[in-house]
Design a protein around this ligand. Structure first.
Ligand code: AMP
Ligand code: MG
Length: 344
């Protein structure tokens, strides 16, 4: 990364952002004033099982052209009008990240405009801040690949707590697949579990594992699958119990981060943010601590290019650009390792 001179943004500047960390290939276009002009997403759906990184990467390469065109057409922007190209540099799956990075490098080189590598997790936080108006939240970022509680402290987003094994969305997806649930009408498995859980009545005791500020979800999902296979409980009751346990764990960690930091805002972001029960639990603890609860709008909850475009602008405004020969992807790039000079 090069920290050059700060750049004064004018209203006619546009950043195109490419997201490709896992199953989604997204292209978003943001204007420097925070307007999101386009947010095109194409998702890879595995034939069976979870995400196969190489197959997902192949999907991304196949849809890149049409997704780019769709975003440019929706935004009514010509490539020559773009100011910068941002891309998800990590964390994520290697083959998927590399496909997005290749598209981004090619565009930036051809158009002779700056390339900006963006931390994917930070982008989830920044799009949430942009869309809800919060400025300094405790954030629960819960998705298919990540689960962490963060807040800005001493110059960086700090991780107050995180999963020690699988992510919250992954926990739901693994259970959903094992339970034979199908994603209907393009609905994610987490949403299918949410529907079942609404009809659950009996809370089954399952492992609840919070260690210090971290949590563990793999035992929970194994136990939920076992309970279902034993046949003593209905699918609705197991879905309900799984949600209650998993969401209570992340809510407990978020509440303790809130009590410690005394921040006045809570933000829920990432794909699992779409879940109404999780929103309800977090709203309750936020209010108990005198903090305002906010949730990212659904269209920006799952992985998307708009969040990369917007965070690219934030970085670029501070003079952050990524030379092409240093633009290698970072599979395990933690939020607390990324500079965020636009926050003070
Ligand atoms: P992301 O990784 O941010 O693209 O988000 C995808 C994850 O969000 C997957 O694990 C989905 O199952 C999960 N998800 C989406 N909608 C819901 C929902 N309504 N309830 C729970 N999880 C959800
Ligand atoms: Mg995704």
């Amino acid at each position: 990364m090069i920290n050059a001179q700060k750049i004064v943004l004018s209203d006619d500047m546009y950043c195109l952002g490419i997201e490709s960390t896992a199953d989604d290939f997204g292209v978003g276009i943001a204007r420097s004033n925070g307007e999101i002009l386009a947010n095109a997403v194409e998702s890879y759906i595995p034939v069976e099982g979870g995400i196969h990184p190489r197959e997902a990467a192949r999907h991304h390469a196949e849809v890149a052209n049409k997704t780019l065109l769709q975003a440019l057409t929706t935004a009514k922007i010509k490539p020559k009008d773009l100011t910068a190209i941002a891309f998800s540099m990590g964390p994520g799956l290697g083959p998927c990240l590399r496909t997005g990075a290749t598209v981004a490098r090619t565009l930036a080189a051809y158009l002779q405009i700056p390339l900006v590598g963006v931390n994917h997790s930070i982008a989830h936080i920044e799009i949430g801040k942009l869309e809800t108006g919060v400025t300094d939240p405790v954030t629960l970022y819960a998705s298919g690949g990540n689960t962490m509680v963060t807040a800005f402290e001493s110059g960086r987003y700090r991780v107050f707590g995180e999963t020690l094994d699988i992510a919250l969305g992954n926990c739901l997806d693994v259970f959903g697949r094992q339970a034979g649930l199908k994603s209907q009408r393009g609905l994610p498995l987490g949403a299918a579990i949410e529907q079942q859980a609404l009809r659950g009545k009996t809370l089954i005791r399952l492992p609840y594992v919070v260690k210090g500020m971290d949590l563990s979800l793999s035992g929970l999902v194994t136990s939920a699958v076992t309970q279902l296979q034993k046949g003593n409980h209905s699918l609705e009751d197991v879905c309900y119990s799984l949600q209650e346990h998993a969401f209570a764990m992340v809510t407990e960690v978020t509440e303790r981060a809130l009590a410690h930091t005394e921040k006045k805002e809570v933000l829920l972001t990432g794909g699992v943010a779409a879940n109404n029960r999780l929103q309800e639990m977090l709203r309750i603890v936020s209010e108990e601590h005198g903090a305002k609860f906010n949730v990212v709008p659904k269209k920006f909850a799952t992985d998307n290019g708009a969040m990369i475009a917007w965070t690219g602008f934030l970085a670029y405004s501070q003079g952050i650009v990524t030379p092409i020969d240093e633009s290698y992807v970072k599979l395990r790039w933690r939020v607390d390792r990324a500079d965020v000079p636009w926050i003070n």
